[in-house]
Design a protein around this ligand. Structure first.
Ligand code: 5GP
Ligand code: ZN
Length: 113
C-alpha cells in the first residue's frame, strides 16, 4: 500500500526496532512507548483497520495473535500484559494499518474494560 507508514516499516524503507517476524507478521517497538514494553504487532498484509477483518484475511489476523505469546515470553512478560486495538479515529487510531499494541512490563492499573 503506497504511503502507508507501517507498510514502509515492514518493507524496511523506514527503520524500526524489530522484535519478531514471520511469513505473515511483523512486530516492532512503538516509537512512543506507554509502558516499559510497548510493541506493535502488524499483519504484513495491509488492512486499514479491524473493520477490514474478514474471511479473506483470517490467517493474517490469527498469525498476529499467535505471535502474541511468543513475543510476550521473549519480553519476559510472565506477570501479564495487555493487547489493544484502536479501530477508527474516534477510538484513537492514528495509523491506518491494522495493528495490535502489546503492552506490559509495569502494573497496568487503569482499565477501560
Ligand atoms: P494507534 O494510535 O493508531 O493505535 O497507534 C499507532 C502507534 O504507532 C502509536 O502508538 C505511535 O506511537 C506509533 N508510531 C507512529 N509512528 C511510528 C513510527 O514511525 N515508528 C514506530 N515504531 N511507531 C510509530
Ligand atoms: Zn500498510
Amino acid at each position: 500500500m503506497d504511503n502507508c507508514l507501517f507498510c514502509k516499516i515492514i518493507a524496511g524503507e523506514i527503520p524500526s526496532t524489530k522484535v519478531y517476524e514471520d511469513e505473515k507478521v511483523f512486530a516492532f517497538r512503538d516509537i512512543n512507548p506507554q509502558a516499559p514494553v510497548h510493541i506493535l504487532i502488524v499483519p504484513k498484509k495491509h488492512l486499514d483497520s479491524a473493520n477490514e477483518i474478514g474471511e479473506d484475511n483470517l490467517e493474517d489476523v490469527a498469525a498476529c495473535f499467535a505471535a502474541v505469546p511468543k513475543i510476550a515470553a521473549a519480553e519476559g512478560l510472565s506477570e501479564g500484559y495487555r493487547v489493544i486495538n484502536n479501530c477508527g479515529a474516534a477510538a484513537g487510531q492514528t495509523v491506518m494499518h491494522l495493528h495490535f499494541h502489546l503492552i506490559g512490563g509495569k502494573e497496568l492499573g487503569e482499565k477501560i474494560v
